[in-house]
Design a protein around this ligand. Sequence first.
Ligand SMILES: *[C@@H]1O[C@H](CO)[C@@H](O)[C@H](O)[C@H]1NC(C)=O
Ligand SMILES: *[C@@H]1O[C@H](CO)[C@@H](O)[C@H](O)[C@H]1NC(C)=O
Length: 487
Amino acid sequence: MIIFHKFAYLLLIFQPIVCANIKFPDDFLFGVASSAYQIEGGYDSRGKTTFDHHWELNSSMVADSSNAKTACDSYNQYQKDIDLLVDLGVNFYRFSISWPRILPRGFPNEVNPDGIRYYNNLIDGLLAKNIQPMVTMFHFDLPKPLQDLGGWTNPVISDLFEDYARILFKNFGNRVKYWITINSNTWGYGDSDWPPMVNQSGFGDYLCVKNTVLGHAKVYHLSKREFREQKSQIGFVVDGRWYEPASESSQNRDAAERAREFNVGIWLNPIYGSGDFPAIVKQRVKTTSEKEGFSKSRLPEFTPDEINFVKNSFDFLGVNIYTSFLVKDVDERNDKDFSWDKDMKAEIYQDSRWEGAKSNWLKVTPWGLRKVLGWIKQKYNNPPMFITENGFSDGGEIEDLGRVKFMELYLKALLEAIDKDRVKVKGYAAWSLLDNFEWLVGYTEKFGLYHVDFADPHRKRTPKSSSKWYKKLIERRQLDEMYKTEL
Ligand SMILES: *[C@@H]1O[C@H](CO)[C@@H](O)[C@H](O)[C@H]1NC(C)=O
Ligand SMILES: *[C@@H]1O[C@H](CO)[C@@H](O)[C@H](O)[C@H]1NC(C)=O
Protein backbone atom coordinates (compact mmCIF):
# COMPACT_ATOMS: atom_id res chain seq x y z
CA MET A 1 0.00 0.00 0.00
CA ILE A 2 2.73 2.38 0.97
CA ILE A 3 4.62 1.71 -2.24
CA PHE A 4 1.51 2.34 -4.32
CA HIS A 5 0.95 5.61 -2.51
CA LYS A 6 4.46 6.77 -3.16
CA PHE A 7 4.14 5.86 -6.79
CA ALA A 8 0.93 7.85 -7.23
CA TYR A 9 2.55 10.82 -5.54
CA LEU A 10 5.45 10.72 -7.98
CA LEU A 11 3.09 10.58 -10.93
CA LEU A 12 1.41 13.71 -9.65
CA ILE A 13 4.70 15.51 -9.26
CA PHE A 14 6.00 14.63 -12.70
CA GLN A 15 2.79 15.23 -14.60
CA PRO A 16 3.40 18.94 -15.27
CA ILE A 17 6.82 18.14 -16.71
CA VAL A 18 5.45 15.50 -19.07
CA CYS A 19 2.43 17.53 -20.25
CA ALA A 20 2.53 20.96 -21.88
CA ASN A 21 2.93 23.61 -19.24
CA ILE A 22 -0.44 24.96 -18.16
CA LYS A 23 0.82 27.20 -15.36
CA PHE A 24 1.57 30.91 -15.62
CA PRO A 25 4.79 32.27 -14.11
CA ASP A 26 4.47 33.29 -10.45
CA ASP A 27 4.95 36.98 -11.19
CA PHE A 28 2.62 37.02 -14.21
CA LEU A 29 -0.05 39.76 -13.97
CA PHE A 30 -3.68 39.33 -14.97
CA GLY A 31 -5.87 42.27 -15.84
CA VAL A 32 -8.70 43.66 -17.92
CA ALA A 33 -8.78 46.70 -20.18
CA SER A 34 -11.15 49.51 -21.13
CA SER A 35 -10.97 52.97 -22.67
CA ALA A 36 -12.41 56.26 -21.43
CA TYR A 37 -14.53 57.22 -24.42
CA GLN A 38 -16.06 53.76 -24.66
CA ILE A 39 -17.24 53.43 -21.05
CA GLU A 40 -17.31 56.75 -19.19
CA GLY A 41 -20.21 58.72 -20.58
CA GLY A 42 -20.21 61.89 -18.48
CA TYR A 43 -20.44 63.82 -21.73
CA ASP A 44 -21.46 67.14 -20.15
CA SER A 45 -18.41 67.09 -17.89
CA ARG A 46 -15.77 67.02 -20.61
CA GLY A 47 -14.75 68.77 -23.82
CA LYS A 48 -15.76 67.53 -27.24
CA THR A 49 -13.72 64.97 -29.17
CA THR A 50 -13.26 64.48 -32.91
CA PHE A 51 -15.60 61.51 -32.73
CA ASP A 52 -18.34 63.57 -30.98
CA HIS A 53 -18.04 66.20 -33.68
CA HIS A 54 -18.40 63.77 -36.58
CA TRP A 55 -21.29 62.00 -34.87
CA GLU A 56 -23.09 65.34 -34.68
CA LEU A 57 -22.48 65.91 -38.39
CA ASN A 58 -23.76 62.46 -39.34
CA SER A 59 -24.89 59.97 -36.71
CA SER A 60 -25.30 57.30 -39.42
CA MET A 61 -21.54 56.84 -39.38
CA VAL A 62 -22.25 54.63 -36.33
CA ALA A 63 -23.99 51.34 -37.23
CA ASP A 64 -26.91 51.83 -34.82
CA SER A 65 -26.58 55.66 -34.84
CA SER A 66 -25.83 55.45 -31.13
CA ASN A 67 -23.34 57.60 -29.22
CA ALA A 68 -21.10 57.51 -26.16
CA LYS A 69 -22.82 60.30 -24.19
CA THR A 70 -23.74 57.89 -21.38
CA ALA A 71 -22.09 54.62 -22.50
CA CYS A 72 -21.59 52.48 -19.35
CA ASP A 73 -21.88 55.59 -17.16
CA SER A 74 -18.57 54.70 -15.53
CA TYR A 75 -18.03 58.41 -14.90
CA ASN A 76 -20.70 58.11 -12.21
CA GLN A 77 -20.54 54.39 -11.50
CA TYR A 78 -16.81 53.70 -11.32
CA GLN A 79 -17.24 52.21 -7.86
CA LYS A 80 -19.34 49.44 -9.41
CA ASP A 81 -16.52 48.81 -11.89
CA ILE A 82 -14.03 48.55 -9.04
CA ASP A 83 -16.33 46.04 -7.30
CA LEU A 84 -16.34 43.90 -10.45
CA LEU A 85 -12.54 44.09 -10.68
CA VAL A 86 -12.27 43.00 -7.05
CA ASP A 87 -14.62 40.11 -7.72
CA LEU A 88 -12.54 39.04 -10.73
CA GLY A 89 -9.39 39.21 -8.65
CA VAL A 90 -7.31 41.02 -11.28
CA ASN A 91 -3.82 42.31 -10.50
CA PHE A 92 -4.19 45.38 -12.71
CA TYR A 93 -6.78 47.45 -14.53
CA ARG A 94 -5.86 49.08 -17.82
CA PHE A 95 -8.06 52.17 -18.33
CA SER A 96 -7.50 55.40 -20.21
CA ILE A 97 -7.73 59.04 -19.28
CA SER A 98 -9.86 61.26 -21.47
CA TRP A 99 -7.71 64.18 -22.69
CA PRO A 100 -10.76 66.49 -23.05
CA ARG A 101 -11.97 65.57 -19.55
CA ILE A 102 -8.69 66.87 -18.10
CA LEU A 103 -8.21 69.69 -20.65
CA PRO A 104 -11.63 70.55 -22.11
CA ARG A 105 -10.16 72.40 -25.09
CA GLY A 106 -7.04 70.27 -25.34
CA PHE A 107 -4.67 73.08 -24.35
CA PRO A 108 -2.80 72.97 -21.03
CA ASN A 109 -3.89 76.38 -19.74
CA GLU A 110 -7.34 75.27 -18.57
CA VAL A 111 -7.59 72.22 -16.31
CA ASN A 112 -10.96 70.73 -15.34
CA PRO A 113 -10.86 70.04 -11.55
CA ASP A 114 -13.79 67.57 -11.82
CA GLY A 115 -11.74 65.51 -14.26
CA ILE A 116 -8.78 65.43 -11.87
CA ARG A 117 -11.12 64.48 -9.04
CA TYR A 118 -12.70 61.67 -11.06
CA TYR A 119 -9.41 59.96 -11.90
CA ASN A 120 -8.09 60.50 -8.37
CA ASN A 121 -11.13 58.66 -7.03
CA LEU A 122 -10.71 55.85 -9.55
CA ILE A 123 -6.98 55.42 -8.88
CA ASP A 124 -7.39 55.59 -5.10
CA GLY A 125 -10.32 53.16 -5.26
CA LEU A 126 -8.22 50.66 -7.19
CA LEU A 127 -5.17 50.96 -4.96
CA ALA A 128 -7.34 50.53 -1.86
CA LYS A 129 -8.17 47.09 -3.28
CA ASN A 130 -4.60 46.33 -4.26
CA ILE A 131 -5.29 46.63 -8.00
CA GLN A 132 -2.53 48.34 -9.98
CA PRO A 133 -3.71 51.02 -12.40
CA MET A 134 -2.20 50.79 -15.89
CA VAL A 135 -3.12 54.11 -17.42
CA THR A 136 -3.31 54.97 -21.11
CA MET A 137 -2.92 58.69 -21.78
CA PHE A 138 -4.44 58.66 -25.25
CA HIS A 139 -6.92 56.13 -26.58
CA PHE A 140 -8.48 57.67 -29.70
CA ASP A 141 -10.31 60.62 -28.09
CA LEU A 142 -8.57 63.73 -29.36
CA PRO A 143 -10.01 67.08 -28.23
CA LYS A 144 -11.83 68.63 -31.17
CA PRO A 145 -9.93 71.96 -31.17
CA LEU A 146 -6.68 70.03 -31.68
CA GLN A 147 -8.19 68.18 -34.61
CA ASP A 148 -9.02 71.57 -36.11
CA LEU A 149 -5.26 72.18 -36.16
CA GLY A 150 -4.73 68.96 -38.09
CA GLY A 151 -4.63 66.57 -35.14
CA TRP A 152 -1.78 64.06 -35.36
CA THR A 153 -0.64 65.44 -38.75
CA ASN A 154 0.49 68.73 -37.16
CA PRO A 155 3.95 68.46 -35.51
CA VAL A 156 2.76 70.78 -32.71
CA ILE A 157 0.64 67.89 -31.41
CA SER A 158 3.67 66.19 -29.85
CA ASP A 159 4.35 69.30 -27.70
CA LEU A 160 0.70 69.59 -26.69
CA PHE A 161 0.68 65.89 -25.81
CA GLU A 162 3.75 66.43 -23.63
CA ASP A 163 2.00 69.36 -21.87
CA TYR A 164 -1.02 67.14 -21.21
CA ALA A 165 1.20 64.31 -19.94
CA ARG A 166 2.97 66.68 -17.53
CA ILE A 167 -0.40 67.45 -15.94
CA LEU A 168 -1.09 63.73 -15.61
CA PHE A 169 2.31 62.98 -14.03
CA LYS A 170 1.86 65.92 -11.62
CA ASN A 171 -1.58 64.86 -10.50
CA PHE A 172 -1.47 61.06 -10.65
CA GLY A 173 2.15 59.99 -11.15
CA ASN A 174 2.84 59.40 -7.46
CA ARG A 175 0.37 56.48 -7.56
CA VAL A 176 0.56 55.12 -11.12
CA LYS A 177 3.39 52.70 -11.86
CA TYR A 178 2.45 51.72 -15.44
CA TRP A 179 1.77 54.40 -18.04
CA ILE A 180 0.91 53.78 -21.66
CA THR A 181 1.42 56.91 -23.73
CA ILE A 182 -0.61 56.09 -26.82
CA ASN A 183 -2.81 53.29 -28.10
CA SER A 184 -1.55 53.80 -31.64
CA ASN A 185 -3.50 53.87 -34.88
CA THR A 186 -3.87 56.05 -37.98
CA TRP A 187 -7.67 55.81 -38.14
CA GLY A 188 -9.23 58.50 -40.28
CA TYR A 189 -5.98 59.94 -41.65
CA GLY A 190 -5.76 57.43 -44.52
CA ASP A 191 -9.46 56.59 -44.83
CA SER A 192 -12.86 58.25 -44.89
CA ASP A 193 -14.69 55.81 -42.60
CA TRP A 194 -13.31 56.92 -39.26
CA PRO A 195 -13.31 60.42 -37.81
CA PRO A 196 -11.42 62.66 -38.60
CA MET A 197 -12.11 61.31 -42.15
CA VAL A 198 -9.06 63.08 -43.58
CA ASN A 199 -8.74 60.35 -46.26
CA GLN A 200 -5.15 61.13 -47.29
CA SER A 201 -3.67 57.66 -47.51
CA GLY A 202 0.04 57.63 -48.29
CA PHE A 203 0.52 61.08 -46.77
CA GLY A 204 -1.71 61.94 -43.80
CA ASP A 205 -1.30 58.52 -42.21
CA TYR A 206 2.52 58.67 -42.42
CA LEU A 207 2.53 62.13 -40.80
CA CYS A 208 0.31 60.74 -38.07
CA VAL A 209 2.75 57.87 -37.39
CA LYS A 210 5.76 60.17 -37.13
CA ASN A 211 4.07 62.68 -34.81
CA THR A 212 2.64 59.90 -32.67
CA VAL A 213 6.10 58.40 -32.22
CA LEU A 214 7.58 61.83 -31.38
CA GLY A 215 4.76 62.54 -28.90
CA HIS A 216 5.40 59.21 -27.21
CA ALA A 217 9.15 59.84 -26.98
CA LYS A 218 8.65 63.34 -25.55
CA VAL A 219 6.52 61.92 -22.77
CA TYR A 220 9.00 59.13 -22.09
CA HIS A 221 11.84 61.67 -21.69
CA LEU A 222 9.60 63.98 -19.66
CA SER A 223 8.98 61.18 -17.16
CA LYS A 224 12.70 60.40 -16.87
CA ARG A 225 13.68 64.12 -16.67
CA GLU A 226 11.08 65.85 -14.50
CA PHE A 227 9.44 62.92 -12.69
CA ARG A 228 12.28 60.48 -12.21
CA GLU A 229 11.38 59.96 -8.53
CA GLN A 230 8.03 58.49 -9.60
CA LYS A 231 9.91 55.52 -11.07
CA SER A 232 7.16 54.94 -13.60
CA GLN A 233 7.27 52.35 -16.36
CA ILE A 234 6.47 53.89 -19.74
CA GLY A 235 5.14 51.89 -22.67
CA PHE A 236 3.62 52.29 -26.11
CA VAL A 237 0.81 50.15 -27.54
CA VAL A 238 0.77 48.64 -31.02
CA ASP A 239 -1.93 46.65 -32.77
CA GLY A 240 -0.15 43.30 -33.07
CA ARG A 241 -1.82 41.82 -36.13
CA TRP A 242 -0.09 38.86 -37.70
CA TYR A 243 0.53 38.71 -41.47
CA GLU A 244 1.00 35.20 -42.84
CA PRO A 245 2.13 34.57 -46.43
CA ALA A 246 -0.69 33.09 -48.54
CA SER A 247 1.82 30.57 -49.90
CA GLU A 248 5.48 29.74 -49.45
CA SER A 249 6.51 31.48 -52.69
CA SER A 250 9.29 33.99 -52.10
CA GLN A 251 7.07 36.77 -53.54
CA ASN A 252 4.34 36.09 -50.99
CA ARG A 253 6.83 35.68 -48.15
CA ASP A 254 8.36 39.06 -49.01
CA ALA A 255 4.89 40.61 -49.28
CA ALA A 256 3.97 39.29 -45.82
CA GLU A 257 7.16 40.74 -44.34
CA ARG A 258 6.37 44.07 -46.03
CA ALA A 259 2.89 43.96 -44.51
CA ARG A 260 4.42 43.39 -41.05
CA GLU A 261 6.86 46.26 -41.51
CA PHE A 262 4.23 48.65 -42.89
CA ASN A 263 1.75 47.90 -40.12
CA VAL A 264 3.72 46.91 -37.04
CA GLY A 265 7.36 47.78 -37.76
CA ILE A 266 6.48 51.31 -38.83
CA TRP A 267 5.55 52.05 -35.18
CA LEU A 268 8.03 49.80 -33.43
CA ASN A 269 11.23 50.24 -35.39
CA PRO A 270 11.60 53.91 -34.35
CA ILE A 271 10.94 53.26 -30.65
CA TYR A 272 12.14 49.67 -30.10
CA GLY A 273 14.55 49.23 -33.01
CA SER A 274 17.01 51.44 -34.91
CA GLY A 275 15.24 54.74 -34.16
CA ASP A 276 14.14 55.15 -37.77
CA PHE A 277 11.37 53.79 -39.98
CA PRO A 278 12.01 50.24 -41.27
CA ALA A 279 14.38 50.17 -44.26
CA ILE A 280 11.87 48.47 -46.56
CA VAL A 281 9.21 51.11 -45.76
CA LYS A 282 11.65 53.95 -46.48
CA GLN A 283 12.77 52.33 -49.70
CA ARG A 284 9.29 51.51 -51.00
CA VAL A 285 7.76 54.93 -50.29
CA LYS A 286 10.76 56.73 -51.80
CA THR A 287 10.59 54.71 -55.02
CA THR A 288 6.82 55.04 -55.49
CA SER A 289 6.90 58.75 -54.59
CA GLU A 290 9.53 59.42 -57.27
CA LYS A 291 7.55 57.56 -59.92
CA GLU A 292 4.44 59.55 -58.99
CA GLY A 293 6.25 62.84 -59.56
CA PHE A 294 7.03 63.90 -55.96
CA SER A 295 10.33 65.71 -55.41
CA LYS A 296 11.00 63.60 -52.31
CA SER A 297 9.53 60.71 -50.37
CA ARG A 298 6.02 61.12 -48.96
CA LEU A 299 7.30 59.36 -45.85
CA PRO A 300 8.51 62.05 -43.41
CA GLU A 301 12.13 61.72 -42.31
CA PHE A 302 13.43 61.37 -38.79
CA THR A 303 16.43 63.68 -38.38
CA PRO A 304 19.56 62.19 -36.72
CA ASP A 305 18.64 64.04 -33.50
CA GLU A 306 15.11 62.67 -33.62
CA ILE A 307 16.44 59.16 -34.18
CA ASN A 308 18.57 59.40 -31.05
CA PHE A 309 15.61 60.86 -29.17
CA VAL A 310 13.01 58.22 -30.03
CA LYS A 311 15.31 55.20 -30.03
CA ASN A 312 14.90 53.11 -26.86
CA SER A 313 12.28 55.46 -25.40
CA PHE A 314 10.49 52.69 -23.54
CA ASP A 315 10.35 50.55 -20.44
CA PHE A 316 7.92 48.03 -21.94
CA LEU A 317 5.78 47.34 -24.99
CA GLY A 318 2.02 46.79 -25.02
CA VAL A 319 0.62 44.59 -27.77
CA ASN A 320 -3.08 44.36 -28.62
CA ILE A 321 -3.71 40.95 -30.12
CA TYR A 322 -6.90 39.94 -31.88
CA THR A 323 -6.42 38.38 -35.30
CA SER A 324 -4.32 37.46 -38.35
CA PHE A 325 -4.32 38.04 -42.10
CA LEU A 326 -3.08 36.31 -45.22
CA VAL A 327 -0.87 38.22 -47.63
CA LYS A 328 -0.34 37.96 -51.39
CA ASP A 329 2.08 39.91 -53.49
CA VAL A 330 0.48 42.20 -56.12
CA ASP A 331 1.81 43.82 -59.30
CA GLU A 332 3.57 47.17 -59.15
CA ARG A 333 1.27 50.01 -60.23
CA ASN A 334 2.50 52.91 -62.33
CA ASP A 335 -0.21 55.57 -61.93
CA LYS A 336 -0.19 58.93 -60.15
CA ASP A 337 -2.53 57.81 -57.35
CA PHE A 338 -0.73 57.22 -54.10
CA SER A 339 -1.65 55.31 -50.96
CA TRP A 340 -0.22 53.28 -48.09
CA ASP A 341 -1.55 50.12 -49.79
CA LYS A 342 0.18 50.94 -53.05
CA ASP A 343 3.45 51.54 -51.19
CA MET A 344 3.07 48.25 -49.33
CA LYS A 345 2.38 46.34 -52.59
CA ALA A 346 0.43 43.54 -50.96
CA GLU A 347 -3.11 42.21 -50.83
CA ILE A 348 -4.35 41.52 -47.32
CA TYR A 349 -7.32 39.25 -46.63
CA GLN A 350 -8.62 36.53 -44.34
CA ASP A 351 -9.51 32.92 -45.02
CA SER A 352 -13.31 32.62 -45.12
CA ARG A 353 -12.98 29.19 -43.48
CA TRP A 354 -11.48 30.68 -40.31
CA GLU A 355 -13.93 30.75 -37.44
CA GLY A 356 -15.19 34.26 -36.81
CA ALA A 357 -16.42 36.49 -34.01
CA LYS A 358 -19.31 38.91 -34.54
CA SER A 359 -16.90 41.58 -35.86
CA ASN A 360 -16.23 40.82 -39.52
CA TRP A 361 -12.47 41.42 -39.12
CA LEU A 362 -12.05 39.25 -36.02
CA LYS A 363 -11.13 35.68 -37.00
CA VAL A 364 -10.03 33.23 -34.33
CA THR A 365 -6.32 32.69 -35.01
CA PRO A 366 -4.50 31.91 -31.75
CA TRP A 367 -1.47 30.66 -33.73
CA GLY A 368 -0.94 34.27 -34.87
CA LEU A 369 -0.33 35.36 -31.26
CA ARG A 370 2.74 33.21 -30.97
CA LYS A 371 4.00 34.28 -34.37
CA VAL A 372 3.63 38.02 -33.81
CA LEU A 373 5.26 37.85 -30.36
CA GLY A 374 8.11 35.78 -31.80
CA TRP A 375 8.57 38.28 -34.63
CA ILE A 376 8.73 41.19 -32.17
CA LYS A 377 11.18 39.30 -29.96
CA GLN A 378 13.50 38.59 -32.85
CA LYS A 379 13.28 42.08 -34.41
CA TYR A 380 13.57 44.18 -31.29
CA ASN A 381 15.75 42.20 -28.95
CA ASN A 382 13.03 40.71 -26.77
CA PRO A 383 11.53 43.77 -25.02
CA PRO A 384 9.39 43.27 -21.89
CA MET A 385 5.80 43.05 -23.09
CA PHE A 386 2.22 43.11 -21.90
CA ILE A 387 -0.73 41.83 -23.89
CA THR A 388 -2.72 45.04 -23.45
CA GLU A 389 -5.87 43.83 -25.23
CA ASN A 390 -7.22 40.47 -26.36
CA GLY A 391 -10.89 39.70 -26.79
CA PHE A 392 -13.84 38.33 -28.73
CA SER A 393 -17.05 39.95 -29.95
CA ASP A 394 -20.54 38.48 -29.95
CA GLY A 395 -24.12 39.71 -29.59
CA GLY A 396 -23.91 40.10 -25.82
CA GLU A 397 -24.96 36.64 -24.63
CA ILE A 398 -24.62 35.92 -20.89
CA GLU A 399 -23.57 32.32 -21.64
CA ASP A 400 -20.67 33.54 -23.78
CA LEU A 401 -18.93 30.25 -24.42
CA GLY A 402 -17.43 31.58 -27.66
CA ARG A 403 -15.50 34.11 -25.59
CA VAL A 404 -14.35 31.48 -23.07
CA LYS A 405 -13.11 29.28 -25.90
CA PHE A 406 -11.32 32.22 -27.53
CA MET A 407 -9.55 33.27 -24.33
CA GLU A 408 -8.58 29.71 -23.55
CA LEU A 409 -7.02 29.21 -27.02
CA TYR A 410 -5.16 32.52 -26.95
CA LEU A 411 -3.91 32.04 -23.40
CA LYS A 412 -2.67 28.56 -24.32
CA ALA A 413 -0.76 30.09 -27.24
CA LEU A 414 0.58 32.74 -24.87
CA LEU A 415 1.89 30.09 -22.48
CA GLU A 416 3.66 28.42 -25.40
CA ALA A 417 5.15 31.75 -26.42
CA ILE A 418 6.47 32.24 -22.88
CA ASP A 419 7.70 28.67 -22.30
CA LYS A 420 8.92 27.63 -25.73
CA ASP A 421 9.81 30.88 -27.48
CA ARG A 422 10.98 32.67 -24.32
CA VAL A 423 9.19 35.92 -25.09
CA LYS A 424 9.10 38.24 -22.08
CA VAL A 425 5.37 38.70 -21.57
CA LYS A 426 4.74 40.08 -18.07
CA GLY A 427 0.97 40.26 -18.11
CA TYR A 428 -2.30 39.96 -19.97
CA ALA A 429 -5.34 42.24 -20.13
CA ALA A 430 -8.62 40.90 -21.49
CA TRP A 431 -10.62 43.29 -23.65
CA SER A 432 -12.92 44.22 -22.12
CA LEU A 433 -14.27 44.61 -18.61
CA LEU A 434 -17.70 45.74 -19.83
CA ASP A 435 -19.81 45.68 -22.96
CA ASN A 436 -19.24 49.20 -24.25
CA PHE A 437 -19.47 51.71 -27.07
CA GLU A 438 -17.52 50.05 -29.90
CA TRP A 439 -16.91 53.15 -32.04
CA LEU A 440 -18.36 52.75 -35.56
CA VAL A 441 -20.36 49.66 -34.63
CA GLY A 442 -21.93 51.35 -31.60
CA TYR A 443 -23.60 48.83 -29.30
CA THR A 444 -24.04 46.12 -31.95
CA GLU A 445 -20.90 44.14 -31.06
CA LYS A 446 -20.05 43.22 -27.49
CA PHE A 447 -16.64 42.39 -26.00
CA GLY A 448 -17.43 42.53 -22.27
CA LEU A 449 -16.80 39.96 -19.56
CA TYR A 450 -19.78 41.70 -17.95
CA HIS A 451 -23.04 42.42 -19.73
CA VAL A 452 -24.33 45.99 -19.48
CA ASP A 453 -28.02 46.75 -19.88
CA PHE A 454 -27.93 49.89 -22.02
CA ALA A 455 -31.73 50.27 -21.75
CA ASP A 456 -31.45 50.59 -17.96
CA PRO A 457 -30.69 54.12 -16.70
CA HIS A 458 -28.57 52.47 -13.99
CA ARG A 459 -26.65 50.47 -16.61
CA LYS A 460 -26.96 47.25 -14.61
CA ARG A 461 -23.88 45.03 -14.95
CA THR A 462 -24.33 41.23 -15.06
CA PRO A 463 -21.50 38.68 -14.99
CA LYS A 464 -21.18 36.47 -18.07
CA SER A 465 -19.77 32.93 -18.11
CA SER A 466 -16.44 34.37 -19.28
CA SER A 467 -16.04 36.48 -16.13
CA LYS A 468 -16.54 33.38 -13.97
CA TRP A 469 -14.07 31.44 -16.09
CA TYR A 470 -11.48 34.23 -15.96
CA LYS A 471 -11.91 34.62 -12.20
CA LYS A 472 -11.16 30.93 -11.74
CA LEU A 473 -8.16 31.15 -14.07
CA ILE A 474 -6.72 34.04 -12.06
CA GLU A 475 -7.35 32.21 -8.79
CA ARG A 476 -5.54 29.07 -9.94
CA ARG A 477 -3.08 30.81 -12.28
CA GLN A 478 -3.33 27.95 -14.73
CA LEU A 479 -5.34 26.74 -17.68
CA ASP A 480 -7.36 23.73 -16.73
CA GLU A 481 -9.58 21.44 -18.79
CA MET A 482 -11.98 21.22 -15.85
CA TYR A 483 -13.24 24.76 -16.32
CA LYS A 484 -15.36 23.70 -19.28
CA THR A 485 -17.39 21.11 -17.43
CA GLU A 486 -17.84 23.36 -14.41
CA LEU A 487 -19.39 26.21 -16.40
C1 LIG B 1 -23.64 59.57 -43.29
O1 LIG B 1 -22.92 58.35 -43.09
C2 LIG B 1 -23.44 57.25 -43.83
C3 LIG B 1 -22.66 56.03 -43.39
O2 LIG B 1 -21.30 56.21 -43.58
C4 LIG B 1 -23.33 57.54 -45.30
O3 LIG B 1 -23.84 56.46 -46.04
C5 LIG B 1 -24.09 58.81 -45.65
O4 LIG B 1 -23.88 59.14 -47.00
C6 LIG B 1 -23.61 59.96 -44.77
N1 LIG B 1 -24.45 61.11 -44.97
C7 LIG B 1 -23.95 62.31 -45.26
C8 LIG B 1 -24.94 63.40 -45.40
O5 LIG B 1 -22.75 62.51 -45.40
C1 LIG C 1 -10.91 59.09 -50.46
O1 LIG C 1 -9.78 59.28 -51.27
C2 LIG C 1 -9.76 58.44 -52.42
C3 LIG C 1 -8.43 58.61 -53.09
O2 LIG C 1 -8.13 59.95 -53.30
C4 LIG C 1 -10.95 58.79 -53.30
O3 LIG C 1 -10.97 57.96 -54.44
C5 LIG C 1 -12.24 58.61 -52.52
O4 LIG C 1 -13.34 59.03 -53.28
C6 LIG C 1 -12.18 59.41 -51.22
N1 LIG C 1 -13.35 59.08 -50.43
C7 LIG C 1 -14.19 59.99 -49.96
C8 LIG C 1 -15.37 59.48 -49.22
O5 LIG C 1 -14.00 61.18 -50.11
